[in-house]
Design a protein around this ligand. Structure first.
Ligand code: ADP
Ligand code: MG
Length: 335
């Protein structure tokens, strides 16, 4: 049995050879102080965020794109593999996608965790490469392709040609930063305290990076937000507008655009010419922010498209390697 794992900061996806994506759950582990093992993993553990009593902690093992908690990461991989592929898993090979910023020590830790979860052989693939393959870019051709993967904790920007990453940037700005930008805005402008999950709900409901063309009704929308008043500590509801949320998101969105520009400036002129001609592809959950593609296109003068099912691109890229181990092995790095 061969398995591909997209170990994301927000979501972990498993791809089983011949079956496709078999698991998609939040990368969260709930643990009880002093106890061994996890109380809950994945979707069940995410439900506990912000609602845990003092003795229980909800951990994101990959916060900010680096492994912040090895034990929890290992527990999570083991749990997901067992859940998605029950029974015996003889001679399992795993392709695990890792953020390009991870250190050699962290790479080894991930390999170790995958081995403890039952892998006989573990291959790592860099996230932008997996995202590009999953989005259907011609990564092996002598042609520059640019992929921008906007995940929960990080955004990875890369130009790929001839099966290799030519230049890349990894920044610690992703969906979570967009959420905290909303939290900060609501606190400062409305004196209202809200939790991380509420901020994410606001972003998904009425967030945007730029006016959405042909959607005048979207511009007029508001979203009722419940939280706690900063001063008196009482529950309070505020109606947020689309324009307010867009303003709140401006700074992290600009940071992503700056990274795209810097990566283009870093790359050899032939390759940036290819990117100009063929465009930039957005993957990851952040690509779903309405009009982010238009905003990046307007800032760079380069056409931008969002991959089909951007939340699945990386897992599908790992999956392609799993389906076709022998011919794609050179895109993987053995550890
Ligand atoms: P990772 O690879 O780091 O696990 P994902 O690619 O799974 O991250 O993306 C998760 C991020 O995408 C989260 O921050 C989530 O809030 C964000 N996201 C998901 N859907 C949307 C949406 N419709 N609009 C904006 N952001 C979204
Ligand atoms: Mg990802």
């Amino acid at each position: 049995m061969d398995i591909g794992i997209d170990l994301g900061t927000a979501n972990t996806l498993l791809y089983a050879r011949g079956q496709g994506i078999v698991l998609n759950e939040p990368s969260v582990v709930a643990v009880r102080a002093g106890a061994r093992g996890a109380l809950a993993v994945g979707a069940e553990a995410k439900e506990t965020i912000g609602r845990t009593p003092g003795s229980i902690t909800a951990i994101r093992p990959l916060r900010d794109g680096v492994i912040s908690d090895y034990e929890a990461a290992e527990e999570m991989i083991r749990h997901f593999v067992r859940k998605a592929v029950p029974g015996r898993r003889p001679r399992t090979r795993m392709v695990v996608c890792v953020p390009s910023g991870v250190t050699p020590v962290e790479r080894r830790a991930i390999v170790h965790a995958a081995e403890r979860a039952g892998a006989r052989a573990v291959h790592l693939i860099e996230e932008p490469m997996a995202a590009a393959i999953g989005a259907g870019l011609p990564v092996s051709e002598p042609r520059g392709s640019m992929v921008v993967d906007i995940g929960g904790g990080t955004t990875e920007v890369a130009v790929i040609s001839l099966g290799g990453i030519v230049t890349a940037q990894s920044l610690r700005v992703g969906g979570h930063r967009l959420d905290t930008a909303i939290t900060d805005f609501v606190r400062k402008e409305h004196g209202l305290l809200i939790g991380e999950r509420t901020a994410e709900d606001i972003k998904v409901a009425i967030g945007s990076a730029w006016p959405v063309p042909g959607a005048d009704s979207f511009e007029m929308r508001t979203h009722a937000v419940r939280g706690r008043e900063k001063v008196r500590g009482l529950p309070k509801t505020v109606d947020l507008t689309v324009k307010e949320v867009r303003a709140a998101l401006d700074e992290p969105v600009e940071a992503i655009i700056t990274a795209v520009r810097a990566t283009l400036e870093d790359c050899p002129p032939e390759l940036s010419g290819d990117v100009m001609e063929h465009g930039i592809v957005l993957t990851g959950g952040g690509a779903l922010l309405p009009a982010l593609d238009l905003r990046i296109a307007s800032a760079t003068g380069i056409p931008v498209v969002v991959a089909d099912n951007p939340l699945d691109s990386v897992a599908l890229g790992c999956g392609r390697c799993v389906e076709d181990f022998d011919s794609l092995e050179r895109l993987l790095s053995a550890v």
